[in-house]
Design a protein around this ligand. Structure first.
Ligand code: ATP
Length: 250
């Protein structure tokens, strides 16, 4: 489980995260929604230990991220910046490097490499250097890197951005498989159809605060709408309507 408790973050005097609290259970997929600039990436970076919260606490699998960052990394996979590939390395070399950083060696390494190669259909890319890879190819490698140590928790920042239909479908299939294996998954997205298809639970952020938290059906019920998109617009922007910008304020 990932737990975020009363997290606050300021950037140059601006409150970017305000008293943020939520949890992401094991074996569930949780979507993090919010307008541009709502604070989603900041929140995910704090969970990943890439950024420090000003106050509050984050734990992953019961371990405090601020106190045990290395132990947390061993049980957390992060899919964020797809530009972070080492372009001179082949996919196999790149993944071997990251597996080594997680202390995986010998037979366990061979098994870990084979597993991500199969699950993410990386055969044809395996011995290619990553320079010049397409968006979909980069995503697959980023996801393989995040999964190489079989983490029990996975966070993904807009993972399907720029992906074609097949690559997005492979990603969704992989997330559903991981959920069935008990992984706690948190992903941010602006794509309502994929959120509706994948999520057991949805967190809606607005201006750094959580303004909605529940199953998609619960949020629709609470906001009195019949689609997740309408529910999101009502919660995140305070606009209730039928898809028209001039909808009435709640
Ligand atoms: P998007 O959907 O556009 O990716 P987001 O919800 O992920 O947005 P964040 O990237 O978390 O939003 O940014 C939240 C706010 O914090 C924005 O106003 C952003 O400009 C600000 N911000 C983020 N990082 C920094 C930084 N390093 N320095 C100053 N301000 C920052």
């Amino acid at each position: 489980m990932i737990r975020v408790e009363s997290v606050e973050k300021q950037f140059v005097g601006k409150n970017v995260l305000k008293n943020l609290s939520f949890s992401v259970p094991d074996g569930r997929i949780t979507a993090l929604l919010g307008a541009n600039g709502a604070g989603k990436t900041t929140c995910l970076r704090i969970i990943a230990g890439l950024l420090k919260a000003d106050s509050g606490k984050v734990s992953v699998g019961g371990l405090d991220v601020a106190r045990y960052p290395i132990a947390v990394r061993r049980q957390l996979g992060i899919v964020g910046d797809r530009e972070g590939l080492y372009e001179r390395l082949t996919v196999k070399e790149y993944l071997t490097f990251f597996a080594g950083a997680q202390g995986i060696a010998g037979e366990a390494l061979a098994q870990a490499l084979e597993s991500v190669r199969d699950v993410l259909e990386l055969d044809s890319l395996w011995c290619r250097r990553t320079k010049g890879f397409s968006q979909g190819e980069r995503m697959k490698v980023s996801l393989a890197r995040a999964l190489i140590h079989r983490p029990g928790h996975l966070i993904l920042d807009e993972p399907t951005r720029g992906l074609d239909v097949l690559a997005a479908r492979l990603l969704r299939k992989t997330l559903l498989q991981l959920r069935s294996q008990g992984t706690a998954i948190l992903f941010s997205s602006h794509v309502m159809a994929e959120v509706a298809e994948l999520s057991d639970s949805v967190l809606v952020m607005s201006k750094g605060a959580i303004v909605g938290n529940g199953a998609p059906e619960e949020l629709m019920h609470l906001s009195g709408t019949d689609s997740l998109e309408e529910s999101f617009v009502a919660l995140a922007y305070g606009i209730k309507g039928t898809g028209h910008a001039e909808g009435a304020l709640l």
